[in-house]
Design a protein around this ligand. Structure first.
Ligand SMILES: *Cc1c(COP(=O)(O)O)cnc(C)c1O
Length: 395
């Protein structure tokens, strides 16, 4: 190893460790379901994005197995060379139908979508107005495009309007985009899409919504854009196939013209191998299931509301969540870490999220109740919350 690299790693790893910021990753022994096993211990899992329990769904597993038997385990190439299977095409038609758009394009991950889509249309002559709390992949995707990035205060529509006006009237930019998460994953709040669309109309902004935490959850499962009835007004609808959909991959849904452009100009599509057939088949099965029945989404919300109400009744502060994402706000960073550690010792797997992921003094334990949890599991988790909350003087 080069000496320069060795000293860089040594120094920085040591520093993280001494600050208590080095994250030791837990290994799950078995499936990532509502109950997991770590170090041989059973834990109620309130940390996954597997909102609908589809990651372990029998129909999806069966679909994946059949596709593997028929197509094998790999797609063989990038999509444009000869990696596009009929399955990929079927998936994209399904996604477009599900999202209510003319067309869709699928990618290897949600993260990849943001690497792909932003820089395919935005460049150094353009400007992007970006919500301050947008996901890391949006931030990286914006940087990659080389456009001017102007952050606006989180969901602050006055700030967005002011900055849209300033950038539009400056005459310096060819195109201006407004970009936002659909559901913000740290608080579970929704983007104010109706106002964003109104501002976009006024200043001719391109609209881009990354609804990774919304699909399968909001809008009766069809996402946050559908929740607000804005399918015709949002240019880019981004989603992941790895959270509520339970598998892996991402997509952009929109007008056919946009999707045609992404197929010839988005680099992860052109230069990275397509998602394997088993995963694609499982994803198709998942979307079919969601289009047939809203039962899983209904159960997710029922469990989310039950858990949120339970925490509130115990005296915890759950913030301003509008979705099943349920933060339990503790405040102090050290206390938050200690709280999460005690929950895990008592059999509830819910992780601490602290500065810099969230603002200082708003440390929280984030809970993701899913459709797969039973009332008994949620009651058990609430009992542990009560015990740890009293022990640490939080309630
Ligand atoms: C999780 C997430 C992603 C990444 O999705 P993957 O499919 O896991 O790569 C992208 N954007 C947002 C807003 C997310 O929450």
């Amino acid at each position: 190893m080069a000496k320069a690299l060795d000293s860089f790693l040594e120094e920085n790893l040591q520093q993280l460790k001494s600050q208590g910021l080095y994250n030791e990753i837990d290994v799950i022994e078995g499936a990532n379901g509502p109950v997991i096993e770590i170090d041989g211990r059973r834990l109620i899992n309130l940390s996954s994005n597997n909102y609908l329990g589809l990651a372990t769904n029998g129909q999806l597993k069966e679909a994946a197995k059949c596709a593997i038997d028929r197509y094998g385990v790999g797609a063989g190439a990038v999509r444009t060379i000869n990696g596009t299977l009929d399955l990929h095409q079927k998936l994209e038609e399904k996604i477009a139908e599900f999202k209510g758009t003319e067309a869709a394009i699928s990618y290897q991950s949600g993260f990849n979508c943001n690497m792909a889509a932003i820089s395919a249309v935005m460049d150094k002559d353009d400007c992007i107005l970006s919500d301050q709390l947008n996901h890391a992949s949006i931030i990286d995707g914006c940087r990659l495009s080389k456009a001017k990035i102007v952050a606006y205060a989180h969901s602050d529509m006055d700030d967005l309007r002011r900055k849209a006006k300033e950038t539009a009237e400056s005459g310096r930019y060819r195109k201006i985009m407004v970009i936002t998460d659909g559901v913000f994953s740290m608080d579970g709040d929704l983007a104010k899409l109706p106002e964003i669309v109104e501002i976009a109309r006024e200043f001719d902004l391109i609209t881009y919504v990354d609804d990774a935490h919304g699909s399968g959850v909001t809008g009766n499962g069809r996402g946050t854009v559908k929740h607000f009835g804005l399918e015709k007004d949002i240019d880019f609808q981004i989603g992941t196939l790895s959270k509520a959909i339970g598998v892996v991959g991402g997509y952009v849904a929109g007008k056919k013209k946009l999707i045609d452009w992404l197929k010839v100009r988005s680099r992860p599509f052109l230069f990275s191998t397509a998602v394997p057939p088993g995963d694609v088949a499982a994803t198709i099965a998942a979307i079919d299931l969601l289009m047939r029945s809203e039962e899983l989404t209904r159960r997710l919300w029922e469990n989310g509301n039950y858990f949120k109400e339970g925490l509130k009744k115990l005296g915890f502060v759950t913030g301003n969540s509008e979705t099943p994402i349920t933060p339990c706000i503790i405040g102090d960073e050290k206390l938050t870490q200690q709280f999460s550690k005690r929950l895990i010792e008592e059999g509830v797997y819910a992780k601490a999220i602290v500065y810099p992921t969230v603002p200082k003094g708003t440390g929280r334990v984030r809970n993701m109740p899913t459709a797969g949890h039973t009332k008994e599991m949620l009651d058990e988790a609430l009992a542990v919350y009560e015990k740890v909350g009293r022990e640490l003087g939080v309630i």
